[in-house]
Design a protein around this ligand. Structure first.
Ligand SMILES: [Zn+2]
Length: 320
């Protein structure tokens, strides 16, 4: 394993501002093609390196696949799955321009006196073992690690019995348009080459379970996700007669109070608990200022499931 190459690949990937739903998402897979073309396997098998268009995508984004076949024929295939988009950088404030340059950004964090970091982050910064910047952990390091796996397998390809399919998609941080499109390709490749997908290895970061938890986790299996949406219709009234109507913001507020961060609404399996539901949006439908109260309001929550079906989850929400 070439640790320096993993770092260099990660920095190259971080330098592309691939924020979800921006032009950076177009640029990132093009860069990945350039990086993957350095492997001799893809020099001799360029057709195994593909950019795929996504039907009806207004931004004309693509997802990328790199398929490496072992010399010993086998249908057994492992998928290395990642996303190359990242979230926005507003919170970088005055250091925004360094957000995609981790070495510079980390240096500025050390030398800019006016920046106050939380204790834990400060400890990491001073240790010299960490780089800071947008997309390092989620998940350009993971993509670099996957690419390094291809380098390792390539060394012994003559005796390698199996196949590796690297797949990296856009839009994971927003609407999953990349993965939803890629599923079609996974199915068609499986049929075309009669593949057996053994597993998908996702190199996303892991998270501490509690403050100070320095365990390293490998998660197996996956969770379900529901997004219950509540649309509350009130009865509009003039501000001069507040008791003559029902303000829908109060209704969504009551829902928020009951659901948001309510640990009793976590789903469980044995001793595993999902994170409690979180409110992702709460708004009324009024577009402009006026002295009339809003007609309707809505709110939605992130709801992670382990065993509950949508029906069970919604009943829990209503009757807890
Ligand atoms: Zn991620």
């Amino acid at each position: 394993m070439n640790r320096q190459r993993i770092l260099d690949t990660m920095l190259e990937l971080c330098a592309i501002p691939s924020i979800s739903e921006t032009k950076g998402e177009i640029e990132a897979p093009l860069k990945m093609v350039k990086i993957l073309e350095r492997l001799s396997y893809f020099k001799t098998n360029p057709h195994h390196l593909q950019l795929h268009t996504m039907p009806n995508d207004p931004l004309n984004r693509t997802y990328i696949t790199a398929f490496m076949e072992g010399a010993v024929p086998s249908n057994k295939t492992v998928i290395l799955l990642s996303h190359y988009d990242v979230v926005g950088i507003d919170e970088f404030g005055m250091l925004k321009k360094y957000a995609f340059h981790p070495i510079l950004y980390t240096e500025h964090l050390k030398t800019t006196k006016s920046i106050e970091l939380p204790q834990e982050a400060l400890k990491d910064l001073n240790s010299g073992d960490y780089l800071f910047g947008r997309g390092i952990m989620d998940m350009k390091y993971g993509i670099a690690a996957h690419i390094e796996v291809l380098y390792e397998i390539e060394k012994n390809l003559d005796t390698f019995q199996g196949n590796i399919l690297l797949l990296s998609v856009p839009d994971e941080e927003t609407n999953s348009a990349g993965m939803l499109s890629a599923v079609e390709f996974l199915l068609s490749l499986k049929q075309e080459k009669n593949l057996e997908y053994l597993c998908a290895i996702i190199s996303e970061p892991h998270f501490p379970k509690y403050p100070g938890d320095d365990n390293i986790y490998i998660y197996n299996g996956t969770v379900g996700k529901l997004l219950p949406v509540f649309y509350c219709v009130g009865k509009e009234t003039h501000v001069g007669e507040p008791f003559a109507g029902i303000n829908p913001n109060m209704l969504t507020g009551k829902l928020l109070e009951r659901i948001h961060q309510n640990p009793h609404l976590s789903d469980t399996l044995g001793e595993i608990y999902t994170p409690a539901p979180t409110c992702l949006k709460q708004s009324d439908t009024k577009k402009d200022y006026s002295v009339q109260t809003p007609v309707a309001a809505y709110t939605y929550f992130n709801f992670v499931t382990l065993t509950s079906t949508p029906v069970v989850s919604s009943l829990t929400l209503f009757f807890y």
